[in-house]
Write a protein that binds this ligand. Structure first.
Ligand SMILES: [Zn+2]
Length: 363
């Protein structure tokens, strides 16, 4: 039944091709977006003395949305290449492995598409996970709405080896003593993925009833501006998770760690279309802004990608989707992590982005 509810899936998420990076007014342009950077350019840039060796690096990819079905289009007509997307992932893994320097990989969610035939959900997820497992190191998976159209949480999370209790998909890890990665569960309060009578489902259904007057809760018709995010294919971060996030940020501050937040759903309107945002992004960002430790927020879901710096100097980078790469093209990358910045080196359709930490926000 849930399969039919994604007729509007991500329908507006590709609507602004050619979207320019947004720099918050009043902030010095301490970040800039580069075009796709060939390796030679990166090496030259590293070689000119501006950059030292990274502390570590990690691979990134988002929205593979694989399915063994013919190519299609989003609601707004953006082509989608369901069969090709797994080839993008294969090339990504090969490149990460050849590089031999990546400590881990983060998958930003939606590994399978909602149009995947129901009897192929399990095998398709298995197939994509198997490709990820060819990476010579740990892979951290985020869940997305499309994953949840295919499998309920209790089946999905073990397949993705998400360390969780009671079906929660938020966790954190520290690759080095200076950095902490916090993975948020954007579908914590959601009408998809939990059992129908689960308190989180009931909370989400009530929320959508209040915020979205349409019978079809994936339609933003009549909603204005940022209200357009109140759609069934999005979700929210619940109270318990907020409390957990608060405790992690407190601890990271005490330990003088820099924090990178990862969430399938974008957290800043400057980096994303309105229809793709987390329901309670403001509440989450208000909490994050109480601390100075969070430097970068990374996300997927909004397929065209985006970059912004918010009013507190936090970078928001939404990653371009592997699904929308025409055959022979790619969208994946890796991030070099330095003490004072994250440097995303994109391949092909994934833009490279320098994300220098705001010097005003002292640790
Ligand atoms: Zn998504």
């Amino acid at each position: 039944m849930y399969r039919n509810q994604n007729a509007f899936n991500d329908k507006g998420l590709d609507s602004f091709a050619g979207h320019l990076p947004f720099v918050h007014p009043g902030l010095s342009p301490i970040a800039f977006t580069l075009g796709p950077a060939p390796a030679s350019v990166v090496e030259a840039w590293v070689g000119d003395g501006r950059a030292k060796q990274p502390l570590f690096s990690f691979g990134v990819i988002s929205d593979v949305q694989h399915a063994d079905i013919p190519d299609g289009r989003s609601f707004l007509g953006v082509p989608r290449f369901y069969r090709h997307s797994i080839l993008v992932l294969q090339r990504a893994v090969q490149k990460w492995n050849n590089c031999k320097k990546h400590k881990f990989v983060i998958n930003f969610g939606d590994i399978v598409d909602g149009f995947c035939p129901p009897d192929q959900s399990l095998s398709t997820i298995r197939k994509v996970v198997d490709e990820f497992e060819k990476f010579d190191g740990p892979v951290h998976h985020l869940i997305g709405n499309h994953c949840l159209y295919n499998l309920p949480r209790d089946k999905l999370l073990p397949m993705l080896k998400i360390p969780s209790a009671d079906g929660r998909a938020y966790f954190e890890f520290s690759p080095t003593s200076e950095f902490r990665f916090v993975v948020l569960d954007g579908y914590d309060i959601s009408a998809i993925g939990w059992p129908e009578d689960h308190p989180n489902t009931l909370e989400a259904v009530k929320f959508l009833q209040e915020k979205n007057p349409n019978t079809e809760k994936n339609s933003p018709e009549g909603l204005v501006g940022l209200e357009r995010r109140f759609l069934k294919f999005n979700g929210g971060v619940g109270k318990e998770q907020l409390k957990w996030l608060d405790s992690i940020l407190q601890e990271a501050t005490q330990m003088r760690q820099n924090v990178v937040i990862c969430c399938h759903l974008p957290l800043d309107p400057g980096s994303s279309t309105d229809v793709a945002l987390l329901w309670n992004y403001e509440e989450v960002m208000n909490l994050i802004h109480r601390y100075n430790c969070v430097k970068v927020c990374l996300a997927g879901h909004d397929h065209k990608g985006g970059h912004s710096i918010d009013s507190h100097g936090v970078h928001h980078r939404v990653l371009e989707a592997a699904l929308e790469c025409p055959p022979g093209t790619d969208a994946f990358g890796y991030v070099d992590v330095y003490k004072d910045r994250l440097s995303l080196i994109g391949t092909d359709r994934m833009e490279s982005t320098e994300m220098c930490f705001d010097p005003q926000a002292e640790r």
